[in-house]
Design a protein around this ligand. Structure first.
Ligand SMILES: [Zn+2]
Ligand SMILES: [Zn+2]
Length: 419
């Protein structure tokens, strides 16, 4: 059967009202030829819609939630999967990051979201695979015209120096040179951080409430005290984001009946041995005590019973996904997606639609939409004479560059030293 005929068959099956079998989620096979009559299809007409999400091309409906997986892999990112990062966009215009792990920053650009509209990050715990790209996004955002402070929510630790506030203060110290380079060159109000540290013991307590959106935190069990999970409630929709954790009573109770419940489903212990070189003991401890194995994930979801369960935090490949799925299916038979980067979930009360994004590798980060604010140039930190005297200006090369842009844009700028 050709691919086209296979698509028509699946589409017609769906239209006829039969369940599409053997799929772990309802992928909504839509087909232009099915709508217009399969017999009308011709190679000169647009190809059938393969149900791909093209970033930046779809308006979010007022009652709709869109969740984008921007990092679904392991602590060491790889081209296919960054470390943990999830974007939640709401029909009211709000956008939230849940974790911002190593390697995810480039995936933000791939979603064509202007930086001046993302200013809220919720960190589940302070492992680098859950906030390693925060500095890059924070300071990169200032050059991309984020004109409001970056707002960070994260848990306390068992002592003050293990909490989010301490980490953010040290992060600002760590990047003092970077920050100094921007003084007086760009408006730097987007470089401010607004940090809200909440108790890691918060027991399904509200840590954010604005604009009809409520976000709660509850504890997770991972490594040492100070890891949490989140619930976002909006418009009668519930999204649960589990940070790293062993199976725990809080998730099972508070995630119950969620529309979308995300929870780690770590690389199976057998694969930790064969693929990662772990000893059997290491694999068992890491894979079932510090984290949640696929079989444990299945058990958790069999108790939570969400509309859609989403597993992540493993290398999701042709040979690992079947192992995870077989383990999960021992105990959980509900809707399931095993996430990979760029998977997109459109959620309403009536429907949950799961697709993959079409990604343009050549994409530029989105240009700012808001007008820029002129910087205070008095704040520029001057270079020393030692450095400036090393400058080789090449006036015969530089002047034509200025002349060219002045001619195109009707300006009259002069090279440094010529003003
Ligand atoms: Zn962790
Ligand atoms: Zn992790």
């Amino acid at each position: 059967m050709s691919i086209r005929n296979a698509l028509i068959t699946i589409a017609m099956t769906a239209i006829a009202g039969f369940a599409v079998l053997n799929l772990d989620f309802d992928i909504h096979i839509k087909s232009a030829n099915a709508e217009s009559g399969a017999g009308d299809w011709s190679p000169t007409q647009p190809a059938p819609d393969l149900d791909v999400y093209y970033p930046g091309t779809e308006a979010l409906q007022p009652d709709e939630m869109r969740i984008v997986a921007l990092g679904t892999g392991m602590p060491s990112p790889r081209p296919k999967q960054a470390a943990a990062c999830w974007l939640v966009e709401l029909g009211n215009g709000d956008k939230f990051f849940f974790d911002i792990g190593a390697g995810c920053h480039e995936r933000i650009a791939a979603q064509k979201i202007p930086y001046d509209f993302i200013d809220k990050v919720f960190i589940s715990h302070l492992h680098v695979d859950h906030y390693g790209d925060l500095p890059s996004f924070w300071l990169g955002g200032t050059t991309m015209n984020r004109l409001t402070p970056l707002r960070i929510w994260g848990p306390s630790g068992h002592a003050p120096e293990y909490g989010t506030k301490y980490a953010m203060e040290r992060m600002q110290e760590m990047y003092i040179w970077d920050i100094a380079t921007r003084a007086g060159v760009i408006d730097f109000r987007g470089g401010q951080l607004e940090v809200t540290e909440f108790p890691y013991e918060a027991d399904n307590e509200v840590i954010f409430e604005e604009n009809g959106v409520v976000i709660k935190s509850f504890p997770a069990i991972h490594a040492i005290d100070g890891a949490v999970s989140f619930i976002l409630e909006w418009n009668d929709l519930t999204f649960v984001y589990g940070g790293d954790t062993a199976p725990n009573k809080w998730y099972i109770e508070y995630a119950k009946g969620a529309d979308v419940a995300i929870h780690e489903s770590f690389l199976d212990p057998t694969l930790l041995v064969t693929k990662q070189g772990f000893s059997p003991l290491e694999a068992l401890v890491v894979g079932t005590v510090a984290h949640t194995s696929p079989a444990q994930f299945g058990k958790v979801m069999s108790l939570v019973k969400p509309r859609l369960a989403v597993g992540y935090h493993f290398q999701n490949d042709f040979d690992t996904a079947p192992v995870a799925r077989a383990e999960i299916r021992k105990t959980y038979d509900g809707m399931l997606a095993l996430a990979e980067d760029y998977m997109v979930f459109n959620v309403t009360k009536d429907d949950i639609r799961v697709r993959m994004s079409a990604i343009d590798e050549d994409i530029f980060p989105s240009a700012p939409l808001k007008p820029k604010i002129a910087p205070d140039i008095s704040k520029v930190i001057p270079m020393s004479d030692f450095i400036t005297e090393g400058n080789v200006p090449f006036p015969e090369v530089l002047q034509p560059i200025y002349d060219n842009l002045n001619e195109i844009y009707g300006t009259d700028y002069k090279p440094p030293g010529e003003e």
